[in-house]
Each structure stands twice: as structure tokens, then as C-alpha cells.
Design a protein around this ligand. Structure first.
Ligand code: FMN
Length: 416
């Protein structure tokens, strides 16, 4: 056994899902390798999987009871506690049935219910015979899952259990282990990047007690800051008031108003390689905030005069040397045209549009379904995914765009 410091998965908690494929026996070898590399593995089997192999085998090798039954596990609420504690969930082998359930969000057993509650990365290693992999339904489910950021490994070609030849063999163990390692060991591809992230709402005072604000939770910006840091960037997080914990290793600049946020960002802008404006900055603030508390006098409040706040993105766009500028467009309808318009008006390199009325993308949720539009006009629709996974996709796009220049942002059609 290698010395413990060399163990690839030391201290990592992995849920290994096993479903009813003839390749289920290969999960035994996978489990052994994971345990040998220091992982703490909990195995969840589908009912069909138990027809192929006894849970006892996995129990002995994982040194944990094997969970199979959603209802037998109700006291520990395993469908919630297992994914909460897991660093990664890997389902190997994943049947066509499991693929379909994950894609459709069906939850009729412990494994599928657990997948729905998970925010950690999910890896599926499909195995299937007789041309099932080529069926349009399986392809559609695979596409949906990949668009949500799920890793669906490509099965291998070769002799199948039925004696036929074709694509459907479970990926080799080393391929599955590499996929797990890739998820557990964050990439370091943002080293050298200095990323300025804004997050949360701003608060614009009416008087010393009251303010105008919005429903932003800050979760998206904090996820970006955290993932960028994990990927090696130097990160400054300029944040309005939130209830979130500041990610480790990130320089934190708390602000309250749009004006403070603007100052914090513009003063740090020249030292940055990229700015990601995930904050929901107030568009208007009370023109004459009262220095004393406004009394409830029994009268109706006729007017609260508002003035526009600083247009931070526009200011940054003007100050830009070669920083990549990334903005957000939270819309309630026509997301793509509105986002494209904002991208062009503000001279951005990338815009992340989302419909805040869509299920799973509301303010405060842990997931988001976004569309990415870059300065070349490329539109990438992403499915619903955890905000951490979306943060990764935004950072991938940031790196792919490379340094910006004043002239490289998209011009409105027909204009010089
Ligand atoms: C001998 C045998 C082998 C099977 N192998 C596979 C397989 O490799 N892949 C697959 O998708 N289904 C396979 N099936 C069908 C699944 O077991 C079946 O669809 C089952 O409902 C899957 O349940 P689960 O996804 O909940 O585990 C096999 C069935 C039998 C009887």
C-alpha cells in the first residue's frame, strides 16, 4: 500500500451507486481500488443490482452497511444525508434505466432520490448491451445530463455480454478512477488570473432604518469566487450584505451601497485580469435619504424620489485595458435577446443570462439554468445545474475568451 500522503482519495467521501447491469461485478474491483486509495466509500445498490450481486460483498469491502431500500433507510434519511456528505457520487455501472431516471428527475428508489438531492459532482459510467446505447432515448438522456454538468462517460466498444460486438461496455476502471480524480482534484487552470467578483444585493438607504434592496442571496457570486480560488486564481470578492460564509483564501471586501461597490471595484480593476459582476446592484437609490428616522405620521407616503445609481459595468468597460468583463442578466422573459442587448450595450465579453422565474433558477436557490453568450455571438444554453457547476462553466468560458481589449467586445449589428 502506498504511504498515506500518496493516497489519491484520502479523506474523500464517495458514494458508489451500482445498478442492474451484467457489469455490476466490475463495481467490486472499482470499490477495492477506491478503498485502497484511501476513500471512504458508501455503496448504494438498486433492487435490480442485488439480483446480480449480494450486498454482502460490497459491505465487506467498503466496511459500511450497503443501502438498498429508500424506506428501510428512512430513520437515517440516507437519501439526504449520503449525498450531503459525499464529495462525489459515481454510478458504475449505470443502466439505461438509471440514466433515464437521472435525466427526468424520477425518484422511486434510494439511488435516484439521492441523486436528486445531491449538489456534489455526479459521474455516470453507463453499461448496456444490444444497441441500447445507440437508442435515441438513451442519447437524449445522455445529452440532457451532460448539458447539466453531469459527467457521463462514454462506454467502450468491444465484445458485449450477449456475445455481440458493439458500444456499451463499462469504461475501464482506470478511466472511471481518472474521472473521479478529475472531480475531486480541482483543476489549477486559473493560476495567474486575478479575478474580481461582485456578489449579493446592495442596500440603498431611505433613512437610517429603512433601505431599498433586492432578493439576491449572493450564492452565485460566492460559488464563482470559491471555484475560481480552488482553480488557482487570486480572488477579490466585493460583496453586498449576505448570510454566506466567505470562501477560504478569498480577499473579502464588504460593501453596502451601489456607490461603495462601484468604488471597491473600480479601485481594484486595473490589477485584475477579469471581472465577474454577479452582484444585483440597485438601479436606483433614494435621491435625498433622510438623516433621521422618518416618522410614521399617519399620512400616506406620496413620493420617494429616486435617482439612478452608478452604472458599474459601463464605468469598468470604459476603464478597461485588457480585462475580461463578465456580466449577468437576470430576466423574467426573452432572456436571450435581453442578454444579447446588454452584452452589446455594455461592451461585455460574456454575459450569463437566466430566467429568475424558472423553477430551480429563482433568487436564493442552489441551482441555476443559464445561457452563456460571448462576444463572438456564440450562445450556449446550459441545463439546470448546481451553482458550483455553473461557476465552472463560466470560468471555462472566461479562460477560453482569453484577454480582452477595448475593441474586441461585440458591436451592435450595423454599427461601426
Ligand atoms: C442478465 C441481465 C443483464 C442486464 N444488463 C443490463 C445492462 O448491462 N445495462 C442495462 O441498461 N440494463 C441491463 N439489464 C436490464 C436492467 O436490469 C433493467 O432495465 C432493470 O430494470 C434496471 O434497473 P435499475 O436501473 O434500477 O438497476 C439487464 C437485465 C438482465 C436480466
Amino acid at each position: 500500500m502506498p504511504p498515506s500522503s500518496d493516497l489519491k482519495f484520502l479523506g474523500k467521501r464517495i458514494v458508489l451507486g451500482v445498478s442492474g447491469s451484467i457489469a455490476a461485478y466490475k463495481a467490486v474491483g472499482l470499490l477495492r481500488s477506491l478503498v485502497q486509495e484511501g476513500a471512504d466509500v458508501s455503496v448504494v445498490m438498486t433492487d435490480s443490482a442485488t439480483r446480480f450481486l449480494s450486498p454482502l460483498t460490497f459491505e465487506v469491502l467498503s466496511r459500511h452497511p450497503v443501502a438498498t431500500d429508500l424506506f428501510a433507510a428512512h430513520q437515517e434519511m440516507l437519501h439526504l444525508t449520503l449525498p450531503e456528505q459525499a464529495d462525489v457520487i459515481v454510478i458504475a455501472p449505470a443502466t439505461a434505466h438509471v440514466l433515464a431516471k437521472c435525466a427526468l428527475g424520477l425518484a422511486d428508489d434510494l439511488l435516484s432520490t439521492m441523486v436528486l438531492g445531491a449538489t456534489c459532482p455526479l459521474i455516470l459510467a453507463p453499461a448496456m448491451d444490444g444497441g441500447m446505447w445507440d437508442h435515441p432515448a438513451v442519447k437524449a438522456h445522455t445529452d440532457v445530463l451532460r448539458s447539466r454538468g453531469v459527467t457521463v462517460l462514454e462506454p467502450e466498444e468491444g465484445p458485449l455480454a450477449s456475445g455481440r460486438e458493439g458500444k456499451g461496455r463499462l469504461s475501464e476502471e482506470r478511466v472511471i478512477l481518472a474521472a473521479i480524480e478529475a472531480q475531486l482534484r480541482p483543476r489549477r487552470d486559473c493560476v495567474g488570473q486575478r479575478v474580481l467578483v461582485s456578489a449579493g444585493p446592495t442596500q440603498e438607504a431611505i433613512d437610517p432604518v429603512r433601505f431599498i434592496s433586492n432578493r439576491s442571496s449572493g450564492k452565485m457570486g460566492y460559488a464563482i469566487a470559491q471555484v475560481a480560488r480552488e482553480r488557482g486564481a487570486d480572488v477579490v470578492l466585493v460583496s453586498g450584505p449576505t448570510a454566506l460564509e466567505v470562501p477560504r483564501g478569498v480577499e473579502y471586501v464588504p460593501v453596502r451601497t451601489a456607490e461603495e461597490m462601484c468604488k471597491a471595484l473600480t479601485s481594484r480593476f486595473s490589477r485584475s485580469t477579469a471581472v465577474i459582476m454577479a452582484a444585483a446592484v440597485a438601479d436606483f437609490r433614494p435621491k435625498r435619504p433622510s438623516s433621521g428616522k422618518i416618522k410614521k405620521s399617519g399620512m400616506t407616503w406620496q413620493n420617494l424620489e429616486l435617482e439612478p445609481t452608478e452604472d458599474i459595468l459601463e464605468i469598468l468597460s470604459r476603464q478597461r485595458t485588457n480585462q475580461v468583463l463578465i456580466g449577468f442578466a437576470a430576466e423574467t422573459e426573452a432572456v436571450v435577446p435581453h442578454a444579447e442587448d446588454k452584452l452589446t450595450r455594455k461592451g461585455l465579453d460574456l454575459i450569463v443570462g437566466n430566467n429568475i422565474t424558472a423553477a430551480g433558477s429563482e433568487f436564493g436557490s442552489d441551482t441555476n439554468a443559464a445561457v452563456l453568450i460571448d462576444r463572438t455571438g456564440r450562445v450556449t444554453e446550459l441545463g439546470l445545474m448546481p451553482k458550483r457547476a455553473l461557476a465552472d462553466r463560466i470560468l471555462d468560458a472566461m479562460l477560453a475568451l482569453g484577454p480582452s481589449s477595448k475593441g474586441s467586445a461585440r458591436k451592435p449589428p450595423g454599427r461601426a
